[in-house]
Design a protein around this ligand. Structure first.
Ligand SMILES: Nc1ncnc2c1ncn2[C@@H]1O[C@H](COP(=O)(O)OP(=O)(O)O)[C@@H](O)[C@H]1O
Ligand SMILES: [Mg+2]
Length: 384
């Protein structure tokens, strides 16, 4: 069947779509990438989204409107990608939606322990516009099964990158940085996966605040600055980096308040140095995570490849710093593209495959990654 996967990540930069032809099931799933597309959110939509993610300002009517609006925008984005293929339509759509809130850890709320997540993008709208069945809202079912609802991409990672002889670490650099480590010959229950901290989110916030730019194109600004070591050392003392996986992060941890916190420590510093420091924060937190929770946990460690995906791959400063961080572990730096999975479409591909599993009443969470008690069929179906 032909399936579209739709992803819009915490960067809130836009919508990635991948169109796949999928055959087989579970661990024998095979797919061919027919087309991909990237559609930036209109500036007004992005600004509104960033406001919604700031819990102090969001209003219920605004959230509700955005939910339906995104359903429309996702339909348009899928249509654009479909028009790049010979197809006139797809059989199924898997749509992650836009996270406006994610609390993976449960905490006491009104007398009950609650963990929760909220993705916008009304599946019924997308289904109606394209006359196609839609699976959306993948995370709640994992949380209902005791998981943190993230990360979900390890399901794809295991399908594509597992190897009998080479342990592989898959690193995604979106707004948040997350990794999946697959030891050589691993079963799906042997995966290690978690969020290592920020990827582009803090860099983007600095760029926006200091340079009025959305991101540090090519990492040029960071390359022209110097890392403020004492600030970096302080930032690295954050409790999040010490916490054992499974763990997840988002705008709740590395959003607006974090930027204020960072800027307070950088008074009188050069703007370029602040961006370089934010970039080093990402690289360093990845390095620490690898050492603490991956390399030292798998003995003897069989990891050979470090495979990067996501927008961070385009930041040369970040990639340079990451190369330094992984050097002690004897890993070879690769791009997801080398494995036939274009770096910017990896997550969209993942949600196409998860939708396909759901449509076939099959599970697609990875309990080793999310901390769930059991496998679960993810998502909700909106029929065409
Ligand atoms: N040319 C580029 N140079 C540097 N960084 C880039 C470039 N293009 C994209 N990025 C970074 O990648 C981010 C988007 O990455 P993406 O993988 O889409 O993240 P998400 O899944 O959170 O949406 C942008 O916010 C930006 O920080
Ligand atoms: Mg994105």
């Amino acid at each position: 069947v032909n399936v579209a996967g739709v992803m819009s990540g915490t960067s809130a930069d836009g919508i990635n779509v991948a169109i796949l032809r999928i055959t087989g099931t579970d661990e024998d799933i095979r797919f061919e990438l027919l087309a991909q597309s990237e559609t930036a959110y209109p500036t007004a939509v992005r600004d509104a989204l960033l406001r919604l993610m700031n819990a102090q300002v969001a209003s219920v009517p605004d959230i509700s409107r955005m939910n339906f609006l995104l359903g429309e925008l996702y339909a348009q984005a899928v249509q654009r990608a479909v028009s790049k293929t010979k197809l006139t339509t797809v059989d199924l759509i898997g749509c992650h939606g836009q996270t406006i809130y994610h609390q993976g850890e449960s905490a006491l709320h009104l007398g009950k322990r609650v963990s929760c997540t909220w993705q916008l993008g009304e599946g019924a709208i997308t289904a109606a516009r394209l006359q196609t069945n839609v699976v959306s809202d993948f995370r709640p079912a994992d949380m209902a099964a005791g998981g943190k609802g993230a990360p979900l991409v390890p399901y794809l990672d295991y399908l594509v990158y597992r190897s009998k002889t080479r342990g592989r670490i898959l690193q995604n650099l979106g707004g948040i940085a997350n990794l999946t480590a697959i030891p050589a010959g691993a079963a799906i229950d042997d995966l290690i996966a978690f969020d290592t901290g920020p990827a582009n989110m803090v860099i983007d916030a600095c760029m926006e605040h200091l340079f009025d730019k959305k991101y540090d194109a090519g990492g040029k600004v960071a390359l022209s600055g110097r890392v403020l070591q004492s600030v970096l050392n302080k930032l690295m003392r954050d409790r999040f980096f010490r916490r054992k996986p499974p763990k997840t992060a988002g705008r709740e941890e590395y959003g607006r308040e974090y930027l204020t916190h960072l800027l307070q420590q950088c008074r009188r510093a050069k703007k370029e140095d602040i961006v370089a420091t934010a970039t080093a924060l990402t690289a360093k937190s990845v390095g620490i995570a690898l050492e603490r929770f991956v390399i030292s946990r798998v003995r003897p460690h069989t990891f050979k490849d470090y495979v990067v995906a996501g927008g961070g791959l385009k930041n040369r400063a970040l990639m340079k710093m990451l190369a330094v961080e992984i050097a002690p572990f004897g890993l070879t730096l690769k791009s997801s593209d080398d494995f036939g999975v274009p770096a910017q479409s990896k997550e969209a591909i993942a949600f196409a495959i998860m939708a396909y599993q759901t449509w076939n009443r099959r599970t697609s969470n990875v309990p080793a990654a999310t901390g769930a008690d059991r496998r679960a069929i993810l998502g909700k179906i909106s029929y065409a």
